[in-house]
Design a protein around this ligand. Structure first.
Ligand code: GCV
Length: 718
């Protein structure tokens, strides 16, 4: 052995021994794909199982699958894994050895995999097989994650397939590289230098997405520019598509409805006009020429000032179907957003999406998916599920979650969104279809198509990715990207199990770390709800930039962009009456759901003020008057953040100093801002109701006017 080899060996051994104690500094770039060395004891077993990786057929995806496996195993177990085992990967079509095994692959579908351990003449062979190359790639990531989370890899026989077909990130990225509601730096798409320069980061982006099963990316903002559909930008999108293709990721584009006018030289964008239809057909043909596997269009129409078919007296179905006709022959889809509301419409904003779309159930083409936000307002810290879920059996409906934390503290607040998404997915719509009286017809079963037999299923997440070294703006925001992918793959997944995997892979698999870290993550979103918008309150943030508290926001161009519209607080009480006595938004839900939301004895108090306007003295289930309960919850939110700070301090031995310090700093910001939310909200509502604070509650340190005067001119994400 040469001295340099000896030195390397010694360093590696030292590293393996010390790994759990003093991890080396990291900046978070590696996400959950860190592949840091397994502890010495466990590594020996894994080495025996993992062994060598058999050669694969010469296809782009199998090559990246093998390269990722080699990279992962080298990092986790070292270069030398001579325990005698072998890993065989491929498809029956590409590998005669796999074909000869005749493995049952049907359950793995088009993108899933089967991993099975075999004994070939005393030799352990791990087979990662699939019907398609991308299925193999997904299997490789799963196999690596088993080691990363320290699960057994011998005696395997597991099969897995995604339950949802389209699992997409929606980037709200603009062509000038700003990101609407982005808190992680600039857009990672360097539009200016594309298509000539493809940043190596695009490959890492694709690796991260493939590792969690995301299979598509809408590259540009839904508030779209027509320029993104011009030849130079199609070429840029094509360059990205080329990078992503081996990873099973397709590109999609947001389409501005008025493009026929802006870049097509037409006088109209009327979807029934033959020249407009010809424009879109030609545009689709042009895109597919450059990107043969282009996924399709995402459209925000007649919403918040965007153009749409209603400008010409046509319907959402007319608009969506016209685009569907254009991309349909190429196998493309149209995702048409149901996030529509108008300030000219006097009805409760929460009702407008349902009112506009429900009448068109069955009128959308089969390659259209209506993309619905999880709740009826706008990604608030807590919203009851959107009433369209379960109400459109004849129209493909997809879910839109927001990964970027526009309303949950940007990137400086630690809020793991898995529980929020799970809460929505597990909500029962009571739509006819599953059990007796519709019981068990959860949102998850709508989204994965089980309930209504949708021909196309979709889960979309508004990305939280930017140029920051850690991708998402904070270490813990990576967990939301990760959890989105896992829940899109399996909407029935447990957000806690997902958090455990993420924490183990991203920081440390040591249970002394994952136990407290996961508990902290699981409680973090509820903490935000408490200090921002407890008990069903919503939309109380600062105007336009959405940073910090603004329960006093009133006036201006649109009532439905103010806070007073939503909380309706006055001397007598607080809350939005959406029962039959009020806006009757409850009637948009199935009768059992509507009945439960309407009934003060049955409604979960987490949704109380979303549906009811109640006197300040209303007796809550704790026995306390509503005002006292509200203040108590605001304060509880602040205490929860203090608890998170203490937990994180105690986890220092398991985390590298650099990331530990960064999270510590961010938690301090969160603590300060949680207190600010609590104080400003309490000061405002107290100014309305004139009630004393409950005993033991600290008065806000500043006057209401001082909170109201605060200005934030350069807030990110606008
Ligand atoms: C992309 C909210 C956000 C907007 C966003 C919009 C949407 O209103 O504040 O920034 O626009 O939702 O989802 O279209």
């Amino acid at each position: 052995m040469r001295p340099s080899q000896l030195l390397r060996g010694l360093c590696l051994a030292a590293g393996l021994l010390l790994a759990p104690l003093a991890a080396r500094a990291e900046d978070g770039y590696d996400l959950w794909l860190r592949y840091r060395p397994v502890e010495a004891g466990a590594a020996t077993d894994y080495r025996a199982s993992a062994g060598t990786v058999a050669p694969v057929a010469d296809t782009p995806t199998l090559k990246v699958a093998r390269a990722e496996l080699e990279r992962g195993l080298a990092g986790l177990l070292g270069e030398r894994r001579d325990g005698g085992g072998e890993i065989l990967l491929g498809t029956p079509a590409s590998s005669p050895r796999i074909a000869a095994l005749n493995l049952p692959l049907k359950a793995a579908g088009a993108e899933g995999y089967r991993i099975r351990t075999l004994n070939e003449g005393g030799r352990r062979v791990t087979v990662i097989a699939a019907s398609t190359d991308v299925g193999v790639l997904h299997g490789v990531y799963r196999y690596l994650s088993l080691i990363q989370t320290r699960q057994a890899v011998d005696g395997l026989d597991l099969v897995d397939a995604p339950k949802v077909r389209y699992r997409l990130l929606n980037h709200w990225d603009n062509l000038d590289r700003s990101v609407e509601r982005g808190y992680a730096g600039q857009s990672i798409w360097d539009w200016w230098r594309l298509p000539d320069v493809t940043d190596p980061r695009y490959v890492d982006y694709a690796r991260a997405n493939a590792s969690i099963g995301i299979n598509g990316a809408v590259l540009n903002n839904v508030n779209a520019k027509s320029d993104s559909l011009t030849a130079p930008y199609i070429a840029k999108a094509a360059a990205l598509a080329d990078v992503f293709r081996p990873y099973g990721i397709k590109v999609y584009l947001s389409a501005r409805f008025s493009s026929p006018i802006e870049i097509g030289g037409l006088k109209t964008a009327d979807p029934l006009d033959s020249a407009v239809r010809a424009f879109w057909k030609a545009k689709a043909d042009e895109i597919y020429k450059a990107v043969p596997d282009f996924g399709g269009f995402l459209v925000k129409a007649n919403s918040e000032g965007q153009p749409g078919p209603q400008d010409y007296g046509r319907t959402h179905a007319d608009g969506a179907n016209m685009l569907a006709d254009a991309v349909g022959p190429h196998g493309g889809i149209v995702m048409w957003r149901a996030f529509v509301y108008s300030h000219e419409q006097p009805d409760d904003r929460a009702k407008q999406g349902y009112s506009e779309f429900k009448p068109f159930d069955g009128k959308f083409a089969q390659n259209v998916i209506v993309q619905v936000k999880n709740g009826a307002i706008d990604f608030q810290p807590r919203e009851p599920f959107h009433p369209l879920f379960g109400a459109m059996p004849k129209t493909n409906l997809g879910m839109e979650f927001q990964i970027t934390k526009e309303y949950l503290g940007f990137s400086t607040h630690l809020a793991y969104l898995g529980p929020m998404w799970e809460e929505v997915l597990q909500a029962d719509t009571f739509a006819p279809g599953m059990g007796a009286a519709g019981k068990g017809s959860t949102v998850a079963k709508v989204v994965d198509g089980k309930l209504h037999g949708y021909s196309r299923t979709l889960m979309a997440g508004v990305a939280n990715i930017g140029t920051d070294r850690n991708w998402s703006g904070s270490q813990f925001d990576q967990a939301n990207w990760y959890a989105f992918g896992r829940l899109a793959w399996d909407p029935e997944a447990s957000s806690e199990a997902v958090a455990r995997d993420w924490a183990a892979m991203t920081f440390s698999p040591d249970k002394r770390f994952t136990g407290p870290a996961v508990a902290m993550m699981m409680g973090s979103r509820e903490a935000v709800v408490d200090y921002m918008t407890p008990m069903g309150l919503h939309h109380l943030m600062g105007r336009s930039h959405h940073y910090g508290p603004g329960p006093w926001v009133a006036g201006g161009e649109r009532a439905d962009w103010t806070s007073v519209y939503y909380h309706k607080a006055d001397k007598a009480g607080i809350g939005f009456d959406r029962t039959a006595r009020g806006s009757d938004a409850v009637a948009q839900y199935a009768p059992p759901v509507a009945a439960a939301f309407s009934d003060l004895a049955r409604i979960d108090e987490k949704d109380l003020l979303w549906f009811h306007h109640l006197p300040w003295g209303y007796r809550t289930r704790s026995g306390r008057p509503l005002w006292d309960e509200l203040v108590g919850r605001y304060s509880r939110g602040v205490r929860s953040v203090e608890g998170m700070q203490a937990t994180w301090t105690g986890l220092a031995p398991y985390v590298d100093a650099e990331r530990h310090a960064q999270v510590t700093t961010y938690l301090a910001v969160q603590r300060r801002e949680a207190r600010w939310w609590r104080d400003a909200s309490v000061a405002y509502f107290q100014s309305i109701n004139g009630l004393p604070l409950p005993k033991g509650e600290a008065p806000p340190p500043l006057s209401l006017e001082a909170y109201e005067r605060m200005q934030f001119p350069y807030t990110p994400g606008i």
